[in-house]
Ligand binder design. Sequence first.
Ligand SMILES: Cc1cc2nc3c(=O)[nH]c(=O)nc-3n(C[C@H](O)[C@H](O)[C@H](O)COP(=O)(O)O)c2cc1C
Length: 322
Amino acid sequence: MNKPNLYMAPLQGITNCDYRNVYSRMFAGYDFAVAPFIRSCVVTSNTCTALRDLFPERNDTKIGLIPQILSNTPSDFISMAKALYDLGYKTVNLNLGCPIKHIRSKRRGAGLLPYPSEILGMLHKIIPAIPNQLSIKVRLGSENSREFIELLSFLNDLPLKDIIVHPRIGSQMYEGEVDLDAFAEVLSLSKHPVIYNGDIDSPETFKRLASRFPDITGWMIGRSGITNPFLPEQIKNLRSDTAQEKLKRFISFHDEILTAYQKTLSGPGHLMDKMKELWRYWAKSFKGGNKLFKAISKTRHLNNYLIIIVNKFFNSNPDYIN
Ligand SMILES: Cc1cc2nc3c(=O)[nH]c(=O)nc-3n(C[C@H](O)[C@H](O)[C@H](O)COP(=O)(O)O)c2cc1C
């Protein structure tokens, strides 16, 4: 098999430009990243701040970046997609997968999937009006796993760049198994390139999925790519670091992320919140990580954080287990 196309999944609050920049300086493996969603609005000089994370001068990475828009309003989507095109983005992604209840209840994200005529009406307005190519990211449905499959034959007639599929339904959030049989059905019915997303948590899981779906266009990795930042390199067999080398690289990564956030976040509270959010994932890659995470969760001051993490934990030569 040729090297697979790997996509960094959008994780709101985590895979922002600071994360992407530091990550791509220190690790290899991802070919593309879909940015966390921005909510559509008519772009004016006042609303332009919504696009800040995507400003080219803030994105210093070799990973191809694809902005994502959460919308159910064609005119807003069109305005935003055009503004993104002017910033250099030739592809935009429409979020039809967000499972969060209050978003779904407003017929956004996966909440649009029970309304195929609304989706098609929107796409018929958007596609001819935007200069970008359109990619979509979907779940199988909001409450029912047939919703997207029923829409698919209509999508085949539209010029989409690709479809990223997370084979769960919205009401599941991230619980339960991914539905690989339903994904196989999507793959067999779609005329568009399909990208698989869901629970790729190790090179072994990837190999299993790749042998079942050998002709797929790409693979998107979310939570486990945060937990184990080496995962894309491991999947592509790019390096074979020892545990000691991984620990050293991980510590440098941690330090650079912390430095980047110190520059861009206002106030120690925000900084601590960001680092805690990351450790929610990172902790799983270390023996003794749970205990560490509990200690970090209670920390409110940077000095304390540095004492707990840098001095105690990193100096104790912890086992990196992924
Ligand atoms: C904290 C968090 C934030 C997320 N934010 C987004 C988002 O902005 N846009 C989106 O399409 N999906 C978002 N997702 C879903 C992920 O992109 C991905 O589809 C999901 O985590 C499944 O992939 P995984 O099993 O590899 O993590 C988010 C998921 C999490 C856990």
